[in-house]
Design a binder for this molecule. Structure first.
Ligand SMILES: *Cc1c(COP(=O)(O)O)cnc(C)c1O
Length: 340
């Protein structure tokens, strides 16, 4: 197997830097299940403060964070509304249904990634014994690298509240949205009851997510985290990496976005490649079907790592902090050779 020289598969492939490892090495620790880990407590305090909420919970993964959130909002037999492409519906192994007995109500996305307000409203069930109880609207920002506009988010969450639904934001990449929009992350978080944020993607930490919300919901989520097997002990070692990421790796996401733009422009020079507008750190490319499998095999054989779907016809390239300008140029040079 050829090794990957330029790894665009995901922003999860980053490795902790020497400075981050130093912060991990120096972390003060304690048993976090007893609430005794000072570094975890600092991370939770800092995350809550940045996102403008009362409380936060450090969890091992974004999947567990979303699940603990959904289970905090919904009881057995309740239902949540989410987009067909929403990670918490489509990419978490059905956990809300399997482990939470929560029924998903998926809705098709509009071309811009939003869910039409009329579709949301139509999916909210009346109080009738035939129906599950609709309890929650879950949105995602960024969604597949697209920024969901804040005026839409306000309208959708207002609609949810009028119908007495809670609101959750899967903000795995909310800091990418923050940097792209040039607003504070608390402004993006404001309309939601809970927000989940991945520290292990573009922010560069090796492990972990934080869930933020009001004290009552986070206390509930803390119990659920224990139930789900996410109570960790001297985990300040990992929280230190998360704190380092929040303090040092947010503003630099702009570099990833700039790299993605350059990559998208470079790829769009080839007629067989159709590049979607680049908003953050993801580049989506529709490849002419005649060459798709040949191109993908060539890229893999030449050390360019990326993911694809739709029988290889849609490529996803993700930029991140372990890919500098030379990686962008290098990958584009490999692509150019294919078309020579
Ligand atoms: C990656 C991701 C998650 C889940 O995070 P894991 O840490 O991989 O479990 C949730 N939501 C979105 C939008 C993601 O991209």
């Amino acid at each position: 197997m050829t090794s990957i020289r330029f790894d665009f598969r995901s922003d999860t492939v980053t490795r902790p830097t020497a400075e981050m490892r130093e912060a991990m090495n120096a972390a003060e620790v304690g048993d976090d299940v007893f609430g005794d880990d000072p570094t975890v407590n600092r991370l939770e305090g800092r995350a809550a403060e940045m996102l403008g909420k009362e409380a936060a919970l450090f969890v091992p993964s974004g999947t567990q964070s979303n699940l603990a959130a959904l289970m905090s909002h919904c009881e057995r037999g309740d239902e949540y509304i989410a987009g067909q492409e929403a990670h918490c519906y489509s990419h978490e192994a059905g956990g809300a249904a399997v482990l939470g007995s929560i029924q998903p109500q998926p809705i098709a996305h509009q071309p811009d990634g939003t869910l039409a307000l009329a579709d949301i409203e139509a999916a909210i069930k009346p109080d009738d014994m035939h129906y599950a109880r609709t309890r929650l609207l879950a949105l995602e920002n960024t969604l597949g690298g697209r920024v969901i506009p804040l005026d839409y988010v306000r309208a959708a969450t207002d609609l949810a509240r009028r119908h007495k639904l809670s609101t959750h934001l899967d903000g795995a990449r909310v800091f990418n949205a923050k940097v792209a929009l040039g607003v504070s992350v608390s402004e993006i978080a404001a309309p939601f009851d809970t927000i989940s944020v991945c520290l292990s993607k573009g922010l560069g930490a090796p492990v972990g997510s934080v869930l933020v919300g009001n004290a009552e919901l986070i206390a509930k989520a803390r119990r659920l985290r224990k139930m789900l097997g996410g109570g960790m002990r001297q985990v300040g070692i990992l929280a230190a990496a998360g704190l380092y990421a929040l303090e040092n790796n947010v503003a630099r996401l702009a570099d990833d976005h700039a790299h993605a733009k350059v990559l998208g422009q470079g790829l769009s020079r080839f007629q067989a490649l159709h590049v979607a507008p680049v908003e953050t750190n993801m580049v989506w490319v529709d490849v002419d079907p005649e060459i798709a499998s040949e191109l993908n095999a060539y890229l893999a054989a030449n050390g360019v790592g990326l993911t694809h779907g739709y029988a290889g016809r849609r490529q996803r390239w993700v930029t991140h902090l372990d890919l500098g300008p030379e990686a962008i140029d290098g990958a584009l040079a490999v692509v150019a050779k294919f078309f020579d």
